[in-house]
Design a protein around this ligand. Structure first.
Ligand code: DAH
Length: 360
């Protein structure tokens, strides 16, 4: 009993604990394993029913009063600590930005921004999709059924689990599943590009297990191969920032387009180096795959292929960055070497614009 009254008398001391360390010491002394209140609580078991109603209730009240007092004081001390920190730490927003020179924009981010700028001007929105995909969006809906050889061609990283619908989970091998997600989510007309990370089990000077692609998709009424050709020509000229660009269309095969067209860009040799552009090319470099969206892909997304047509394209962002900015090893893109970033990176404040110049 003396104990109980003594402890009750110490309650006001909690409210005046000078700091968090002192408060914690009080908490341990009262509510810790060997704390005085904890020891009192242990006596409840040996009490008669009458005692439990009187003294027992008092002990329980004491426990909750102590806990409340500790919490109240802790909140007050925390608030005071934050106020003190806010008062002592200041940031002068008017100082010159010395730090911005230390960082730079990675060429991949730069090229993604350039794409967004060019295609925004043509009325395209930027869409995204998950990097962890299921095999229906990555393959089946794109007209690549289970036993199709194109599945094996993708060197896919699979997870050893399926999703709720029994679909195999994987790291997307291309950005094309964003076509499916976009068509399934919003009614046409559709004009999007979808830049992002993609994954294949592959590694050498021009292949890394993680790389970047951008997908393009247009779905509307009466879309033809002519629209595709004009769009890509306009894009490539804007991207390489010169008008004397010659494109070559080559028939090709992708399961999700019919017909499928591979696009090469002409280069000229300047002092032995390949430079993109020139009215009379010395050779060709493949830059992207494209075609008219296969009716089966349109139908898989719940749209009527007799009403809606469109074109799609997909290209490697890293490769286009290498062609424009002259790097010759893709692996260095992902080494995080500051010297490389200082050489190939872009000033953080130079946002690419069509009017001011894309690559500056
Ligand atoms: N998904 C293809 C790849 O990763 C690239 C591609 C080709 C995308 C043609 C397209 C397309 O949308 O029409 O190799």
């Amino acid at each position: 009993m003396t104990d109980l009254s003594t402890i009750e008398a110490t309650l006001p001391a909690i409210a005046s604990a000078p700091d968090l360390a002192a408060l914690e010491a009080q908490r341990i002394a009262l509510l810790g394993k060997q704390g005085s209140v904890s020891l009192l609580l242990k006596t409840l078991g040996g009490m008669s029913p009458e005692e439990r109603q009187t003294t027992g209730a008092r002990i329980n009240r004491l426990r909750s009063d102590v806990a409340d007092a500790l919490a109240t004081r802790k909140a007050a001390l925390d608030r005071a600590a934050l106020d003190a920190r806010l008062a002592s730490e200041t940031l002068d927003m008017s100082l010159p930005i010395g730090g911005a020179q230390a960082g730079s924009v990675h060429p991949v981010s730069q090229v993604m921004d350039e794409f967004a700028e060019i295609f925004a001007d043509l009325g395209f929105a930027v869409a995204t999709g998950p990097e962890i995909e299921d095999d229906w969006h990555n393959f089946t809906a794109l007209n690549i059924p289970d036993a199709h050889p194109a599945r094996a061609m993708h060197d896919t990283f699979y997870f050893d689990r399926v999703d709720g619908e029994g679909r195999k989970m994987l790291l997307r091998t291309h950005t094309s599943p964003v076509q499916i997600r976009t068509m399934a989510a919003s009614p046409p007309p559709i004009r999007i590009i979808a830049p992002g990370r993609t994954y294949r089990s592959d590694s050498d000077a021009t292949h890394t297990p993680m790389f970047h692609q951008v997908e393009g998709l247009v779905i509307d009424k009466g879309i033809t191969l002519g629209h595709l050709k004009w769009t890509l020509e306009t894009f490539v000229k804007a991207y390489f920032e010169r008008d004397d660009i010659v494109l070559r269309q080559r028939p090709s095969y992708f399961p999700f387009t019919e017909p499928s067209v591979e696009i090469d860009v002409g280069y000229t040799l300047v002092k032995g180096k390949r430079v993109i552009g020139g009215a009379e090319p010395d050779g060709w470099l493949e830059i992207l795959g494209s075609g008219m969206v296969h009716p089966r892909v349109i139908a898989a997304c719940g749209l009527d292929p007799d009403m809606w047509q469109g074109f799609a394209f997909g290209c490697g962002i890293d490769r286009l960055a290498m062609l424009k900015y002259g790097m010759d090893d893709l692996r260095a893109f992902f080494d995080g070497d500051l010297r490389w970033l200082r050489h190939y990176g872009f000033a953080a404040l130079d946002v690419p614009t069509l009017s001011g110049g894309l690559g500056a």
